[in-house]
Design a protein around this ligand. Structure first.
Ligand code: GRG
Length: 295
């Protein structure tokens, strides 16, 4: 099979798998208000590339974990991600009416329910993760909490909001994105790996270096797509960064240089995996996919 086709099959199978896992994780019916449950499902199901889940499955394969063990961490990370998107789209944050090709959660359900759906998705993520039969599930919960919290994703969002209309240095922009987007990507990578054999210190450092480079590449490409993509291809409003005067890699570097930067980060991501040899094949493929994606 051609390598690209083999990756498409591998990722397609896991995208279906995580959809089922998420559906089951949100199938509880123990008194939750139906409208809230509907909004949670709306925010998570039937959409998204599932980049973070694929990263967790890939690192799980790298450390010999059974996919059934990785399901929980992969779903937890996707639920945190979906909550962040529902909250990010709110009028008090990014104020976007379109997400994953459909009306944003608050447009479909109202602001209050969208806010609560985000809150309850975050809670459910930890409920799912806490039940995973992995070596140190307490450490896993701590890792996800740190990635999602004030020093990670939510903190990065606060930094982002505080810098609208300002000019940041590339170094400060990078720090902000390592928190806002990179922390959850790193958590997906580490949690998947932690479902299998224990990693040596060198392997941990290699995966962290990969996560850093691939996470930044993801964000640089996101900035380029905001300029070059359309709502039809992206499934979300294009041109938002310029309209909101947000500092981005494109505003700081220009489109051509931002693309070169993404390619260089992709190379860095590949180099970081050297010590795993062919065992890290899926991570190499995901890094390429992140860098070449069109949505
Ligand atoms: C509200 C606490 C809180 C955090 C929001 C992640 C985030 C922080 C905001 C999203 C805004 C944004 C466009 C960030 C850039 C990168 C990003 C996370 C894009 C969306 O992720 P994809 O492309 O989305 O993986 P899909 O829909 O494919 O899952």
């Amino acid at each position: 099979m051609e390598p690209d086709l083999a990756f498409a099959v591998w990722s397609g199978e896991r995208q279906h798998r995580i959809e089922d896992v998420l559906r089951r994780a949100l199938a509880f019916n123990d008194g939750a208000p139906p409208r809230l449950l509907e909004a949670m499902r709306y925010a998570v199901l039937d959409g998204g590339k599932r980049v973070r889940a694929l990263l967790a499955y890939a690192t799980g394969e790298l450390t010999g974990a059974a996919p059934a063990v990785v399901d929980g961490p992969a779903a937890a990370v996707e639920m945190i991600h979906a909550y962040s998107l529902a909250h990010d789209d709110l009028p008090s944050m990014d104020n976007d009416a379109l997400r994953r090709g459909k009306p944003s959660c608050h447009v479909a359900f109202g602001e209050a329910i969208a806010l609560l759906a985000g809150d309850t998705l975050q809670a459910q993520a930890f409920a799912v993760l806490a039940a995973v039969p992995m070596r140190d599930v307490g450490a896993a919960c701590m890792l996800l909490a740190r990635a999602a919290g004030a020093c990670g994703m939510a903190g990065g969002q606060a930094v982002d909001l505080a810098h609208v209309g300002t000019r940041m240095s590339v170094a400060d922009l990078e720090t902000m994105h390592l928190m806002k987007t990179g922390a959850l990507i790193r958590a997906a990578i580490r949690l998947g790996a932690d479902c299998g054999r224990a990693l040596g210190a060198d392997e941990e450092a290699a995966l962290d270096a990969f996560a850093r480079a691939a996470g930044l590449a993801f964000q640089v490409v996101d900035d380029v797509l905001d300029v070059e993509g359309s709502a039809a291809t992206l499934g979300k409003t294009a041109g938002k960064d310029a309209a909101q005067a947000k500092p981005t890699y494109v505003t700081l570097l220009g489109v051509a240089e931002a693309k070169r930067h993404a390619a260089a980060l992709n190379e860095e991501a590949h180099r970081a995996l050297a010590e795993f040899g062919g065992a890290a094949r899926r991570l190499h493929e995901i890094a390429d996919w992140i860098t070449r994606r069109t949505h």
